[in-house]
Design a protein around this ligand. Structure first.
Ligand SMILES: Cc1cc2nc3c(=O)[nH]c(=O)nc-3n(C[C@H](O)[C@H](O)[C@H](O)COP(=O)(O)OP(=O)(O)OC[C@H]3O[C@@H](n4cnc5c(N)ncnc54)[C@H](O)[C@@H]3O)c2cc1C
Length: 451
């Protein structure tokens, strides 16, 4: 029996455990189904190359998170890198974000984008879909040239049915002046958007950071414990190996759609059925190790055009030189899909790899090593059903002292920074609100701003 049971040792679960311990609370157990903790923030070490589960770059815009990085790992273990990110379309590389950097595109495309911006709809209806939102923000030209094809690829979902509630922090805004300036000359500096610069571990890939964090925990993580069922009434978690654990409070970071299939409730329960309606796509991530020291100095490239089935490629060796052996480069590609047959996915990855090699002039002989990784839960689909029903699902679970948090627990589009902050907020709210857990807890920074 543990007062607090945490399911999932990804960043959110680890952060929850860390912040409980920091407050002096150790009556918890942290269970993870894989043999290695870290969730999406693990790295693969293969033939001298380090690959992540696609590029995982750290962006900090929260004072507590910056302090956390200093105190837990030491900021000197990270490279601070100024972003060099591009969009490839019309046989041209333009700088990110597309909407403010049209320089280099055909004149007709630039004219279409500016005309569209000038005549964009002035008002936006409540609960607008993503397409209407993009039209309202950027006009028809920019929407059709970039946002429609790109977002269609990254979600693999009709963007007219996609909500726009996730856009706030992720899509940089622009003005007519910026569009015109950005069409007349290359950018003087890159500073737009939430990811203008980033931190990345000097060695070991993103897992280096998470591993150091795990080492800070006083209690071991119980790996290879996969939740099989959760009895809400009797407060018992059972694992596939037959073990079970009683809890007062259950914090779960496993994907919410799976959690809902594992809870023991009457079959006709509307919440249990709701799990089937939550949508999330998958990402197939291919990684290549390449015998070429100067493949590119770019960090990543967005690929909106349909000649590429994947939406983005990135270059690990430019995040940190330790990611590839001397004289080599390394890249990743990301192909998103919603409910597709395995064989179709496999064929599409082959096409994605071939088109990437052609774009970057990589010969077969230069590819030293290759690894395809599948991320079954990748991008949560924000549709009206989610907006309407998610709060009630989470509240229902909370009424049984089950708290579903993190990127897939709370069913949202969020970053590593947010995972750490979610874990902190969870630990604090438990210790403050549940006096049975600990009455002496004093929060160190009670009003941290959430991103
Ligand atoms: C393609 C992609 C690119 C990304 N790039 C970035 C980026 O550049 N920068 C950034 O900040 N963020 C990025 N993110 C987001 C980042 O990965 C997440 O915000 C963060 O890793 C979420 O952590 P988590 O702990 O909430 O979830 P997870 O990492 O998914 O952890 C959940 C854990 O639960 C475990 N689990 C699942 N089921 C069970 C079960 N039945 N029993 C026990 N354990 C279980 C899993 O094994 C896993 O370890 C990216 C995400 C994706 C998909």
């Amino acid at each position: 029996m543990a007062k607090v049971v945490i399911i999932g040792a990804g960043l959110t679960g680890i952060s929850t455990a860390y912040h409980l311990e920091q407050a002096g609370f150790t009556d918890y157990k942290l269970y993870e189904k894989e043999a290695t903790a870290g969730g999406l923030c693990r790295s693969i070490y293969q033939d001298g190359f380090t690959f992540d589960y696609t590029g995982h770059l750290l962006h900090s815009n929260n004072p507590y998170f910056t302090t956390f990085l200093h105190e837990t790992i030491g900021i000197d273990t990270f490279n601070t890198v100024n972003r060099k990110s591009f969009i490839y379309s019309h046989n041209t590389y333009t700088h990110f974000p597309f909407q403010s950097n049209l320089y280099g595109l055909p004149e007709t495309v630039i004219a279409e984008c500016i005309e569209g911006f000038v005549s964009k709809p002035k008002t936006l209806k409540k609960n607008a879909n993503f397409y209407d939102w993009a039209l309202h923000m950027f006009g028809k030209g920019i929407t059709e040239q970039f946002f429609v094809p790109y977002q269609q690829k990254i979600f693999d979902y009709d963007i007219h049915k996609l909500s726009s509630s996730w856009t706030g922090r992720f899509v940089p805004k622009t003005t007519l002046t910026d569009i015109i300036k950005g069409a007349l000359r290359p950018p003087l500096q890159q500073e737009a958007g939430y990811n203008a610069n980033f931190l990345y571990p000097k060695s070991g890939g993103i897992y280096f950071w998470v591993q150091r964090l795990i080492q800070k925990l006083k209690k071991p993580i119980k790996t290879q414990y996969c939740v099989d069922s959760i009895d809400l009434t009797n407060k018992i978690v059972t694992f596939t190996n037959g073990d079970f654990e009683h809890f007062d409070e259950l914090i779960t970071t496993m994907p919410l759609d799976i959690l809902l299939t594992l809870i023991k409730e009457p079959a006709e329960s509307s919440v249990k059925k709701a799990g089937k309606k939550l949508l999330c796509n998958s990402v197939a991530n291919f990684n290549l190790g390449i015998q070429n020291p100067n493949l590119t100095d770019k960090h990543w490239i967005y690929l909106p055009e349909t000649q590429f089935p994947h939406y983005r490629i990135g270059f690990y060796h430019n995040f940190s030189s330790s990611m590839a052996p001397e004289g080599c480069s390394s890249l990743y590609g990301e192909y998103a899909y919603l409910k597709k047959e395995k064989s179709e996915v496999k064929n599409t990855i082959d096409t994605a790899i071939a088109s990437t090699k052609k774009l970057l002039n990589i010969s077969d002989a230069q590819v030293i090593t290759q690894r395809v990784v599948h991320i079954p839960h990748a991008y949560v689909i924000y549709n009206p059903w989610r907006e309407k029903n998610l709060p009630a699902i989470l509240e229902h679970l909370t009424s049984y002292n089950v708290h579903s948090i993190g990127r897939y627990g709370a069913w949202k589009y969020s970053s590593m920074q947010e995972a750490v902050l979610d874990g902190k907020a969870m630990a604090e709210s438990l210790l403050i609100e549940k006096s049975s857990l600990k009455s002496t807890y004093v929060p160190q920074s009670p009003k941290e701003e959430r991103i």
